[in-house]
Structure formats: structure tokens, C-alpha cells
Design a protein around this ligand. Structure first.
Ligand SMILES: C[S@@+](CC[C@H](N)C(=O)[O-])C[C@H]1O[C@@H](n2cnc3c(N)ncnc32)[C@H](O)[C@@H]1O
Length: 281
């Protein structure tokens, strides 16, 4: 296993149980309410379309809350993730929810080897996923290879402009500090916390990540034969990206309190693999 994968996996393995226990992920709600959906999936319902009967794969599914939500909407879901501890939580979430979901341990670039070529009508990914992958072109090829002709990629992500921002500053200014474009070298972080409320003190805090510009993402998908059918930039994001500077909105979203229209916070993208297949959008 490459070094960056091992380093990131250790960090995610340690954080997964704390995430599953956090109020933010609301795992218990899946047991209490058979109609409950994750905030991320609920946010995109106006754009998602009918997923009933689709064979779907959720790349980097983490603890499976979005995967299970898509299953509740009628898709036959497989979740894939690098982190065994995340998948253990995901299996528990699916059981609590009474959802029949397959979870598979693999790194994203190995997804086609593990799951097969052109097996899926829907590839779903989102919210803090592609930043863990060094090469967006390689990711786009995996997505294209997983999809059946006529199938689609549906993703929600933090915006690369947001990822490029410096940490919260006392003067409240938003400053671009980190790369917007993809670089070969990883950004190496040493951060003790996580993005949800927790009292757990973590010890494995090093991660390696990469930003990818919006143009790079779209170009990579087009270069792998997909057609872009939706790109919506949002003025909210589903985690508190800059501590102390964001308002919490209904539905688990956060928005900069001061002049939020200065920058896109997140985006939803859909791209379709041309060809005749089961209609999926
Ligand atoms: C921020 S979480 C995704 C969050 C997810 N959208 C959610 O809110 O539940 C990132 C996930 O990506 C997984 N991951 C990171 N790098 C990966 C890789 N190269 N291949 C597969 N999974 C990876 C981690 O194990 C982690 O579960």
C-alpha cells in the first residue's frame, strides 16, 4: 500500500467510531425513523432524480449514512471505502436502518478491479472525498469505467475555492492560502480534531490531501467520455468549514455569516456516460 493511503487510513480508522457517535451524523435517527435520510442526500433531493432500482456505488462511503440514504430511496447500493473501521460503522448503520447494502474495503483507484467494469447505473461520491486522491484524472477514469452506458455520476463536494482558504482569522478576512489547482505533492496536515462535535482526543493526526480545481474536475470527466449534465455551485456547505465564522442553517448546512456571496461553498455535479442503457436520470 502506498504511504499516503496507509497514513490517511490510520486517521480515518481512528475517527470513524467518534463520527458514528457524534450528533452531526445522527446515526440513531436511522433506527428511529424509517424515512430518515442524511442531510447530504436530503439537500440534493431536488437534483438527484429517481434512483429506484438503480445499481449504485458510493465511493469513499465512510460510515455509510449517505449510502444507506440512497438505499432508502430505492437504489441497490454498494459502499466502498479504504478504512475498515469506517466500514464496520457503515455495516452497523445499515443494520440499524434495516437497509440491505454491500460494503467493500478497497482504495478508490482499485474500485474497478474489485467491483468490475460497467456494473453501475449510479456512481455517488461526496463531501470531503476527492481531496484524498492525488490524481483527479485517474479518479475520473475509475468513475467512467464503473458506469454502464447511460449511467451517471452524481456528486456533492466542498468547493476547491473553499479548500484553498486559510484558517479562520481574527479579522474575519477570507484569505486564499493553499493551492487551488492540483499539485503532485500532497498537502500534509497535522490536525488533532475532526469536522464533527466530539470529546475524543485523537492521536493519529497526520493526513495527506490534494485540491483539484473545478475546471480540472470537469475536464477530467469530459476526457474520460462523460457528458456534464449539471453543475450547481452552492452558498452553503454541510460542515463548519471555518470555525466561528459560519451560521448554522436548517438541514445541517453552514454558510459564512459575513457576505457569503463572496465565494462558492460547495457544488453538485452530474455527468452521464453516453450510450444506451437503463435510463437513470
Ligand atoms: C470525509 S469522509 C467522506 C465523508 C462522507 N461523505 C460522509 O460524510 O460520510 C472520507 C472517506 O474517504 C475514505 N478514503 C480516503 N482516501 C481513500 C481512498 N484513497 N480510497 C478509498 N477511500 C478513501 C476515508 O476512509 C473516509 O471514510
Amino acid at each position: 500500500m502506498e504511504e499516503y493511503l496507509a497514513i490517511n487510513r490510520t486517521s480515518w480508522d481512528e475517527r470513524a467510531p467518534a463520527h458514528a457517535a457524534s450528533p452531526g451524523y445522527a446515526v440513531a435517527r436511522f433506527a428511529e425513523d424509517p424515512e430518515f435520510l442524511s442531510d447530504v442526500v436530503r439537500f440534493d433531493l431536488p437534483r438527484l432524480g429517481d434512483v429506484r432500482g438503480l445499481r449504485g456505488v458510493h465511493l469513499q462511503c465512510h460510515i455509510g449514512t449517505d449510502t444507506v440514504s440512497l438505499a432508502r430511496l430505492g437504489a441497490r447500493m454498494t459502499g466502498l471505502d479504504l478504512s475498515p473501521a469506517s466500514l464496520a460503522e457503515a455495516r452497523r448503520v445499515a443494520e440499524l436502518a434495516g437497509a440491505d447494502v454491500d460494503f467493500v474495503e478497497a482504495e478508490t483507484y482499485a474500485a474497478v478491479d474489485v467491483l468490475g467494469r460497467e456494473q453501475f447505473d449510479l456512481v455517488f461520491t461526496g463531501v470531503g472525498a476527492i481531496c484524498w486522491l492525488p490524481d483527479i484524472g485517474r479518479w475520473a477514469q475509475v468513475v467512467a469505467d464503473l458506469l454502464r452506458p447511460g449511467g451517471r455520476l452524481f456528486m456533492r463536494e466542498g468547493h476547491p475555492v473553499l479548500w484553498a482558504l486559510a484558517d479562520a482569522r481574527p479579522d474575519g478576512l477570507l484569505v486564499l492560502e493553499y493551492p487551488y489547482f492540483e499539485h503532485e505533492d500532497a498537502q500534509v496536515w497535522d490536525e488533532p480534531g475532526t469536522y464533527v462535535e466530539t470529546d475524543v482526543a485523537f492521536v493519529h493526526n497526520t493526513t495527506h490531501s490534494w485540491n483539484h480545481g473545478l475546471g480540472e474536475i470537469v475536464t477530467a470527466l469530459l476526457a474520460n467520455g462523460l457528458e456534464l449534465t449539471m453543475l450547481v455551485e452552492h452558498d452553503s456547505v454541510p460542515w463548519e468549514a471555518l470555525e466561528g465564522q459560519m451560521d448554522k442553517l436548517e438541514g445541517g448546512e453552514f454558510r459564512f455569516a459575513d457576505r457569503p456571496d463572496r465565494l462558492p461553498h460547495s457544488y453538485t455535479l452530474q455527468a452521464v456516460k453516453p450510450g444506451r442503457g437503463k435510463p437513470s436520470a
